[in-house]
Design a protein around this ligand. Structure first.
Ligand code: FA5
Length: 341
């Protein structure tokens, strides 16, 4: 075997040797009395070599020996460290896998990825947004001043430094306009927090996906077209929705888009509180004052915004009757959803 080949083969053999015993076997194979490197000189016919070739052979052989000794010492050290860790923790990292499949995506992640895909198809940018917010962006910038009754409906968790856990993804509206400028088409999905009683459809920690479009001549017709596309793509079937007036200080006019409950088919159940409807997507045209807060001229630009209840959307899509199942961390629940791809 040529020296280069020996070097390559030694490297391969050592990478497969995980235990101290296996490393020792490799040492014997290469540097033992009858080892490949040891016998290299014996098997070479020096009579056929010139003085220069003999010198070169000697240098290369020494280099190979040094390489082998260093590589073996390193492998031995690694194997000893694994053995030590194994002893200390009882964990054997060299054991083969159990053959079990990889984990599943949580239904919220699944629905979020699906939504991102749909909106990206409509030219929206997916914008990351902070969960811990300044009071200004969560409330004042979306036209909810300190004395506004809407603040009471969204009580939250306050931090000692005066910041808060955001109550809605609308907190990112003005931030996004400031960052990206207008015109813009963006969604910002994420976690929200509210200090409220938990029941089958309310959690203190839940997900929303905000959408914001600002451009010239935006109207309610644009908003309805986007909502229709969204629901058609999400449910792949006929669903019944209703649009009714809704009040939010940061939109004018404002609407509530409700979905007929898919758990009970509209008859009334604990998920929909007996009403047959689930409040799913509050929406409306961006209030001029919000545009002004972001430094956008409302005479030139208009826009629409919506806040999809991502958690409730997942419940409707996958037939999950109780919101508490989503945060329970029960692996048997997660395993019912499509595996990770
Ligand atoms: C808002 O949070 C507004 N920011 C939405 C909005 C955005 C309106 C843009 C207009 C324009 P609301 O408080 O209704 O609105 O919450 C929106 C959705 O979040 C609800 O329809 C519901 O699906 C979901 N949601 C609200 N509170 C909870 C909760 N405690 N648990 C689970 N989902 C909730």
């Amino acid at each position: 075997m040529k020296m280069l080949k020996i070097k390559e083969q030694l490297t391969v053999d050592l990478s497969a040797a995980k235990t101290l015993e296996e490393v020792e076997q490799v040492r014997v194979r290469y540097l033992g009395r009858k080892g490949v490197i040891t016998t290299l000189a014996k098997n070479t016919d020096f009579r056929t070599l010139s003085a220069e070739e003999k010198r070169s052979f000697g240098t290369k052989l020494n280099e190979l020996k040094n390489f082998a000794e260093e590589a073996l010492a390193e492998a031995k050290e690694k194997a000893a460290a694994v053995k030590h860790a194994q002893k200390a923790t009882g964990l054997d990292l060299t054991l083969p896998g159990t053959g079990k499949k990889l984990g599943n995506l949580h239904p919220i992640s699944l629905i979020q990825l699906e939504l991102e895909n749909i909106f990206q198809g409509m030219g929206f940018t997916v914008v990351p947004s902070p969960e811990c917010e300044l009071e200004f962006y969560n409330f004042d910038a979306v036209n909810i001043p300190a004395d506004h009754p809407a603040r009471e409906m969204q009580d939250t968790f306050w931090l000692k430094n005066g910041m808060l856990m955001r109550t809605h993804t609308s907190a990112n509206q003005v931030r996004t306009m400031e960052r990206l400028g207008v015109p813009l088409r963006a969604i910002f999905p994420g976690r929200c927090f509210r200090n409220e009683a938990v029941d089958p459809s309310h959690e203190n920690t839940f997900y929303q996906c905000e959408g914001l479009v600002v451009d010239k001549d935006i109207s309610v017709a644009n908003l309805i077209a986007v909502m229709k596309t969204l629901l058609g793509e999400i449910f792949h079937r006929e669903v019944t929705v209703r649009l009714r007036p809704g009040f939010f200080p940061f939109v004018e006019p404002g609407f509530e888009l409700d979905l007929q409950c898919l758990i009970c088919g509209g008859k009334g159940c604990s998920t929909c509180h007996g009403t047959g409807w689930i409040e799913l997507i509050p929406c409306g045209l961006v209030h001029p004052r919000v545009l002004e807060y972001a430094g956008v001229d409302p005479k030139e630009y208009s826009g629409f915004a919506f806040g999809v209840g991502l958690t409730r959307l997942a419940m409707m899509k996958y037939g999950i009757p109780d919101i508490r199942l989503l945060n329970a961390g029960d692996i048997r629940f997660n395993e019912q959803f499509p595996a990770m791809v």
